[in-house]
Design a protein around this ligand. Sequence first.
Ligand code: NAD
Length: 293
Amino acid sequence: MAKILSGKEVASSLEAKLKEDIAALKSRGVTPGLAIIRATDSRPMLSYENNAALRASRLGIDVFKYSFPENACKDELIKAVEEINADRNIHGCIMLRPLPGELRTHEKEISNRLTPEKDIDCMTDISFGGVFTGKSTGFPPCTPQAVIELLDHYAIAIEGKRAAVIGRSLIVGRPAALMLLNRNATVTLCHKKTKDLSSITKESDIIVSAAGCPGLLTKENVSPGQVVIDVSTTWDEKKPNGSGGFGTFTGDAVFEEVESVVDAITPVPGGIGMITIYVLFKHLIEAADNLTK
Ligand code: NAD
């Protein structure tokens, strides 16, 4: 049986450190301020915002919500970003992406107006450049950083290991591959057009799966001794939710099959998704510290 890499455990450890860091900031008169820009009423986005705001306020972080209708124009969002840049009480900003409809075509332009010092979720090209070059310019995106936090928490070595990352999106797969490379792993970045995926995954020490494709990883794709980080969260109406009902998230791995072969695996839910929000707060606290020194 594989070791279960618990996102809850990593999140608790990050939360404990955050409490200390926030207390240190408050002792010098700084209350960290988080801005959330949302331009859609979609349920997942609303629930992300509410969850982030609730957890932030429990930690003593001030939350500033900038909410827009889906038919807002890009200039309204740019104005909000500029207000956030100028507001000394705000130290970090996230914009819930992808933006809807017509706004989506302006997403890059709007994102790049944010000052990189407040870009705590890699919205700007400058921050993404930092991930690409391996320099600490801006902050990396929170989800791939959560993968690194989990590996570090469980003292799973990255250097010298062969890593397969499945998925090449700009918010998860591609930066995850670069961040593992920056930590001296030898990385193969896989995607929909990759031929013979299983020959790559079977030869890897670490598999990071972010395809959003349930059932992609079976016992045929894995080998003993591996670590599997399942980032994907696809809603599954039929999966038991642990409270007697049905409907919860599922990952790319067929959990029972993969778990019976590999050394360690993250569950879904209860894995990377639980860590991401604390990575966001960690970046916020660092930004607040940097901006108020
Ligand atoms: P995306 O759709 O933008 O990208 C998916 C990537 O997977 C693409 O590059 C595609 O080429 C690749 N892919 C799809 N099917 C494949 C297949 N059969 N074989 C190989 N590659 C395949 O998705 P995304 O935004 O990168 O998100 C990926 C998953 O991660 C989703 O399930 C999403 O819900 C989840 N996610 C989780 C968190 C978290 O905090 N846990 C955060 C963001 C995204």
